[in-house]
Write a protein that binds this ligand. Structure first.
Ligand SMILES: NC(=O)c1ccc[n+]([C@@H]2O[C@H](COP(=O)([O-])OP(=O)(O)OC[C@H]3O[C@@H](n4cnc5c(N)ncnc54)[C@H](O)[C@@H]3O)[C@@H](O)[C@H]2O)c1
Length: 329
């Protein structure tokens, strides 16, 4: 069994990937590097074959010794800073953590002869869409620092593939949501900025209401439409991507979404249905830089990875609600 290194594996999506990978390969040794700046040690509790190392991807010597000592074949790179709003306020933090530290990781991989990587990219790399659903050949013109950092790393990977014969897959996620059915792991960002946990926290009375930023968009109910994709579906796409890059040298990018858009009001209604709670809403001004509609065309992932999203919005909200009511961290 070849060994994988998961950066950011104690975070939201990374921990779901680790759990899901172990369901498929129960004996697989997995090394997780997470500096725990945002991640949760508890998310990996009880996983016997997982070695969690509290280290930073920007430490070249440490990354080299981990890659060598654990004989890593493939890196799954989730570690990043992920708040769009914060990226606008602190660009340097994002260029440092998402770009500079990734370049250090890539250099360490190069030094150690590790040539396979799966990278967490984002639909934010497209910017304001010219058309929807968005396919992979849509121009990438990010309108925020966060999306720019992800695009820069995609380009670095392409350059490594050309220069050094690496194999990479960049996965452009749309809106990650939901939690594993086990209730053991789920979403906990601090501060939370994602819509579904915010609505569910309002349902639990942890927030007074949910803010809707603009109800005058050119959409059927006036609120923004997004493509919500279950975190376990994302995890499964990574498993398919690892298999894919081992048979297909070079680089490939894939959108990961459901091709189904849900408006903010539709998501709130689904949360009301699942929780049985009245959830107060407040409408405020549009936020700058929020496109009206972001919906994926994920046909390429279906055709080449044999992957397709399995969870619909109802299951996404139901699993998130299960987690939110009794979250362990
Ligand atoms: N959540 C989404 O909707 C979404 C959408 C598109 C892309 N992504 C990308 O997916 C990845 C995971 O996102 P998430 O929502 O799980 O975020 P998260 O913050 O929960 O996870 C990121 C993890 O990386 C760790 N980390 C950050 N910088 C590190 C460093 N320099 N060294 C070691 N560890 C470090 C953090 O401690 C955290 O555990 C990110 O790359 C993010 O940009 C997320």
């Amino acid at each position: 069994m070849s060994r994988i290194l998961v950066t950011g594996g104690a975070g939201y999506i990374g921990s779901h990937f680790v759990h899901r990978y172990l369901k498929k390969h129960p004996e697989a040794p997995i090394v997780v590097v997470d500096n725990l700046s945002e991640g949760h040690r508890e998310s990996l509790d009880g996983l016997k074959t997982v070695t969690l190392l509290q280290e930073d991807t920007g430490d070249r010597a440490t990354m080299c010794s981990i890659l060598q000592e654990h004989q890593i074949q493939t890196v799954i790179h989730f570690a990043a800073s992920c708040y769009v709003g914060e990226s606008q306020e602190q660009p340097a933090k994002y260029f440092e953590n998402n770009c500079a530290k990734t370049l250090v990781l890539l250099d360490a991989m190069d030094h150690c002869g590790v040539k396979e990587i799966v990278f967490s990219s984002t639909c934010a790399s497209y910017g304001n869409p010219d058309y929807v659903p968005i396919d992979e050949s849509h121009p990438q013109m990010p309108i925020n620092v966060y999306g720019t950092t992800k695009l820069m790393v995609e380009q670095a990977l392409r350059a490594y593939a050309l220069a050094k014969g690496w194999s990479y897959v960049a996965l452009r996620y749309f809106n990650a949501a939901g939690a594993d059915e086990s209730g053991l792991i789920g979403e906990h960002h601090d501060p939370e900025t994602h819509l579904i946990p915010l609505i569910l926290q309002a349902a639990l009375g942890k927030r007074n209401s949910i803010q809707i930023y603009g109800d005058d968009y050119d959409t059927p109910d006036g609120t923004c439409i997004r493509d919500y994709i279950h975190v376990n579906d994302l995890a499964d796409a990574h498993i398919a991507a690892i298999k894919y890059l081992r048979c297909n040298p070079g680089g490939e990018v894939f959108n990961l979404g459901t091709r189904t858009g849900s408006s903010v009001l539709e998501v709130i209604d689904m949360c009301r249905k699942i929780t049985g709670k009245e959830i107060p809403v407040q409408v405020s001004q549009r936020r700058p830089g929020d496109p009206a509609v972001l919906v994926s065309n994920a046909e390429k992932a279906h055709n080449l990875l044999g992957w397709q999203a399995q969870y619909d919005l109802e299951r996404i909200v139901a699993t998130a609600w299960h987690w939110e009511q009794a979250s362990r961290y």
